[in-house]
Ligand binder design. Structure first.
Ligand code: FAD
Length: 564
């Protein structure tokens, strides 16, 4: 049974509290409870975050049977795939954001938005603790708590620094709109400073050296955008600095774009080499300071320091502190990421859902299912299966989990038998169940970790909204379809991710794309595909028109180099 349905309690009307204010000894801040706000008998749904997951949930939520509240420190949705284009002014910052109140206004039911960050989730009392951070003349920080019946955690993740010294202080990140704006100003800053008459040649070289750390899609796209900006626009405006420009891309692994097909990696590496972008693979950054970056060679262990003017840090995501704190409370303290089941419910909390970059689905049931299928086939309870019976079991598993087939194909394994070599004991006709499970654990872990992408987050938001839309109907007729999963019945099918492919823009109107079925497309035509896909994916007609206008402006007049 879907547990949330039977356990909904409307807490908001219980306290009847109104405004509670008391002084905090240290900071004398107001602590405000809004628990009396939602007097209605509707279930109170609180959504944390206005990113890909939160906004997709909100846009797809159609049922008016909820009292919906959104809490986020950003009062807008940002179209992150275009952030690298904001760093050089190809696209303006305002063109890629949609005010959340525009989305709220279009809903047919009331939705309340509060611009604040949640700093604590209290699952025992079903409350969240929030604070807003407005300017001092507006009263500064305000704190308040909020009750919920259902909580949707879609807070995303923060940049992963791997605790590298100096990164927080001296490197730039590319996660938010403000980051992209800061980077744009900093690039122009470097050019203007290097143009001053007092700057020595050596100092010019340092200032004009831009380092990008992380050879994933964001780092690669940023390096490409920076190169285009420098070559197509800044070279004309600052001709004396043309020869001082240097862009270095540092990657700890042995190649860039490691989640892409090898053909794309090869093309990108060769293109960067032609463009003069220095790609340093197998190199780990150990320290960032004001004027240089220190690296350690993965093979030789040799350390070196590179003088530079600007460092962009793009090495993946980490769990936010508020989520880490919450994980401790729900006995997930030993995990790296917040775990949910396939219905996106946080493990250990029936009324809290987590989606997007802040969570990961643990498909524990795959191994459990497989064990169950095995036990059924293993009539004598011997722990081993005859190869003939085993084949039937394997077919059943492949049919049930299409990902297993995809995984085998990717690994260039024809079938399970290849994978199974380790599960066969001395008697080749018998398969040891425990050994088989061990052999499968790699497949299992591959299936557990969905990539931290907008595609996953948006699909999860839509999936959860559809479940919420149908909850009332399901309450009325509880007999959902019988599913073979665990012991109970589930009213909703579990979340299944559909991969529609991934782009890697490489600059100079060249883009690579890895499409479903491992289909690879590279070149200028793919760049046009990129333009059309991203224009169509923008969240509203307003942003679509703004972005397309920006692209035309850039084609006609070039990029703007003013430092505003
Ligand atoms: P986010 O979109 O990060 O949203 C998190 C939300 O939570 C924000 O509104 C934030 O303000 C809010 N929040 C934060 N802290 C709190 C708090 N304490 N309380 C309440 N709210 C809080 N993915 C792709 O699929 N394709 C791409 O081309 C692509 N390009 C990218 C380019 C860049 C530069 C970046 C940074 C990411 C890119 N991604 C891309 C990844 C994609 O942006 C993320 O996977 C996606 O944003 C995750 O969505 P989310 O809703 O989980 O988190």
């Amino acid at each position: 049974d879907h547990p949330t349905l039977s356990k909904l309690v409307v807490l908001s009307s219980v306290s009847g509290g109104g405004l509670i204010a008391f002084a905090d000894n240290s900071q004398s801040q107001n602590l405000i409870s809004d628990s009396a706000e939602g007097e209605s008998k509707k279930k109170k749904v609180v959504v944390l975050g206005t990113g890909w997951a939160g906004t997709s949930f909100l846009k797809n939520l159609k049922s008016s049977s909820y009292d919906v509240h959104i809490v986020s420190p950003r009062n807008y949705f940002a179209f992150t795939p275009l952030l690298p284009s904001v760093t050089n002014g190809t696209v303006e910052a305002r063109s890629v954001v949609e005010p959340i109140r525009n989305i709220v206004r279009k809903k047919t039911f009331k939705v309340d938005f509060k611009e604040a960050e949640c700093y604590k989730i209290d699952p025992v009392n079903k409350k969240i603790h929030c604070r807003s951070g407005h300017a001092k003349n507006l009263g500064g920080i305000e704190e308040f708590t909020m009750d919920y019946d259902l909580l949707v955690v879609a807070m995303g993740a923060c940049s992963n620094t791997f605790n590298t010294p100096g990164v927080l202080e001296y490197a730039y990140f590319l996660k938010e709109i403000e980051d992209a704006q800061k980077i744009r100003r900093s690039i122009i800053d470097c050019y203007e400073r290097a143009s001053l008459p007092t700057i020595s040649d050596e100092e010019k070289k340092r200032i004009m050296h831009f380092v990008v750390v992380g050879g994933g899609p964001t780092g690669v796209e940023y390096a490409a955008e920076l190169h285009d900006f420098a070559v197509e626009d800044l070279a004309r405006l600052y001709p004396s600095l043309k020869d001082y420009l240097k862009i270095t891309l540092i990657e700890a692994g042995d190649h860039i774009l490691n989640m892409f097909d090898a053909r794309i990696t090869k093309f990108a590496t060769e293109k960067f080499s032609r463009d003069g972008i220095d790609v340093k693979t197998g190199s780990m950054v150990i320290k960032v300071s004001e004027k240089e970056i220190s690296t350690k060679d993965g093979k030789t262990g040799q350390t070196s320091s590179i003088p530079c003017g600007m460092v962009l840090w793009s090495t993946g995501v980490a769990t936010r502190p508020v989520i880490r704190e919450f994980m401790k409370q729900v006995a997930q303290g030993n995990r790296r990421v917040l775990a949910t089941d396939e219905w996106l419910r946080v493990e250990g909390c029936d009324d809290i859902y987590a989606l997007g970059d802040c969570a990961t689905i643990v498909q524990r049931s795959i191994l459990e299912d497989i064990a169950a299928i095995f036990s059924k086939a293993d009539k004598n309870n011997s722990g081993v299966l005859d190869v003939h019976d085993f084949k039937e079991v394997v077919e059943h598993i492949c049919e049930r989990y299409p990902q297993v087939n995809i995984y085998l194909k990717r690994k260039k394994l024809k079938n399970f038998n290849d994978l199974l070599k380790g599960a066969q004991g001395n008697d080749k006709k018998k398969i040891d169940i425990e050994m088989f499970k061990k052999a499968l654990s790699e497949v299992d872990s591959q299936m557990k970790n969905l990539p931290a992408t907008a595609q996953v987050a948006a699909q999860q938001g839509e999936y959860l909204a559809n479940c919420f839309n149908r909850m009332e109907q399901c309450e009325e007729s509880p007999e959902g379809p019988i599913r073979f999963r665990g012991t109970g019945r589930h009213r909703f099918r579990p979340f299944r991710y559909k991969h529609f492919g991934q782009f890697a823009p490489l600059g100079g109107e060249q883009t690579a794309a890895q499409l479903p079925g491992d289909w690879v497309s590279i070149g200028q035509s793919t760049q046009w595909l990129w333009y059309s896909v991203y224009a169509s994916k923008l969240v509203s007609w307003r942003t679509r028109i703004l972005v397309i206008t920006d692209w035309f402006r850039r084609f006609t007049f070039g990029r703007d180099s003013s430092k505003i």
